[in-house]
Design a protein around this ligand. Structure first.
Ligand SMILES: Nc1nc2c([nH]c(=O)n2[C@@H]2O[C@H](COP(=O)(O)OP(=O)(O)OP(=O)(O)O)[C@@H](O)[C@H]2O)c(=O)[nH]1
Ligand SMILES: [Mg+2]
Length: 313
């Protein structure tokens, strides 16, 4: 396609959880906006090679370890760009604006206060999300769900989807209200697997829509300061997710799973090619083991989601 520009960009996160951003000069394309350091691929360069060269040129650092974070295709009026974003895990040197551009370490939660080019929204989301998304597994009582959430939080899991489809609305609300302070205390995000309206009753961090609820929508049903998570099973639900402005998706079942034995697994190969087109962070779900998080990430995913995978006893 003409005017298709390939760009490598970096999410550099330090031990304090801060992210390095740079300001584009006023005179260039998207001038004055903040960006993740990086630039266009030279002919015959791979994304990784371009990343290393650009960070040397723009920041004076040498990348020693990086992994793919997310790929985003975006149509600007005059051209299409493909942003190949890497998470930089290790580097040598002290970054500075080698081309005179302002650079700044900002807290991850404050990224939303900066104005980035339009293509960057999913990148900001991806940086703010962990690699493991814990979904509650069926439990026998409200108390048992609460205990389960406490156990998951004590493992350090910090993205919890409260799934309890067998509970009636009243019991689910009571459960959500009981679990919210526990998540706050642990600095974890709580996503309610429920109708979007529930956020007017419980101040959780977001909602997760079932595949059926996702497909019935025309627009994003919640405000942008909340997280919209959606369940996808195929390319058409992933494109619906992108269309309504979902922040994150689960894609399932990637592998055979006991919780949904009738569903046909899509496998890692399709996971990779569907995620490539998704343009939002996607968690692999279904039959996951904890070591699959690295595999999902190497294939362009955000990480793994699951229920029994986070069970410890
Ligand atoms: N580096 C970078 N580019 C981005 C981001 N978001 C985004 O839309 N872009 C777009 O991707 C393209 C990257 O080009 P660039 O200006 O960084 O390229 P470059 O470093 O090779 O500069 P040069 O062409 O002046 O040598 C621009 O059109 C820019 O607007 C981002 O977060 N980081
Ligand atoms: Mg650049």
């Amino acid at each position: 396609m003409p005017n298709r520009v390939q760009v490598a960009a970096a999410a550099i996160v330090n031990e304090a959880g801060q992210v390095l951003i740079a300001r584009r000069p006023a005179t260039v394309d998207q001038g004055g906006l903040w960006e993740f350091p990086g630039g266009k691929l030279a002919p015959y360069e791979t994304g990784r090679q371009a990343l290393k060269r650009e960070l040397r040129e723009e920041l004076g650092i040498e990348v020693t370890e990086a992994r793919p974070l997310i790929r985003v295709h975006h149509d600007y009026p005059d051209r299409t760009i493909v942003l190949d974003v890497w998470k930089v895990l290790a580097f040598t040197g002290e970054p500075y604006g080698r081309e005179g551009q302002p650079v700044r370490w900002v807290d991850m939660k404050d990224l939303n206060d900066y104005t980035f080019p339009a293509a960057n929204q999913p990148i900001v989301k991806s940086i703010q999300l962990p690699g493991e998304y814990c979904i509650t597994m069926p439990a026998e009582s409200i108390e048992a769900y609460i205990e389960q959430v406490q156990q998951r939080l004590s493992q350090g899991l910090n993205l919890i989807q409260l799934r309890a489809p067998e509970l009636n609305e009243e019991d689910y609300l009571a459960l959500a209200e009981a679990v919210l302070p526990l998540c706050r205390e642990a600095d974890a995000r709580l996503i309610l697997n429920a109708v979007p309206d529930i956020l007017s009753k419980v101040a959780a961090d977001g909602v997760h829509l079932t595949h059926e609820r996702l497909m019935a929508l025309d627009n994003r049903p919640i405000s942008h300061d909340k997280w919209l998570s959606v369940a996808c099973h195929d390319p058409s639900s992933l494109s619906q997710a992108k269309r309504i402005g979902a922040d994150v998706a689960t894609l399932s079942p990637v592998c055979p799973t006991q919780s949904h034995p009738e569903a046909k697994p899509l496998g890692w190969h399709r996971f990779q090619s569907w995620v490539e087109q998704a343009g939002i962070p996607v968690f692999a779900l279904g039959g996951m083991s904890r070591h699959d998080a690295r595999r999902a990430q190497a294939l362009g995913g955000q990480g793994i989601a699951g229920m029994s995978v986070f069970k410890t006893s």
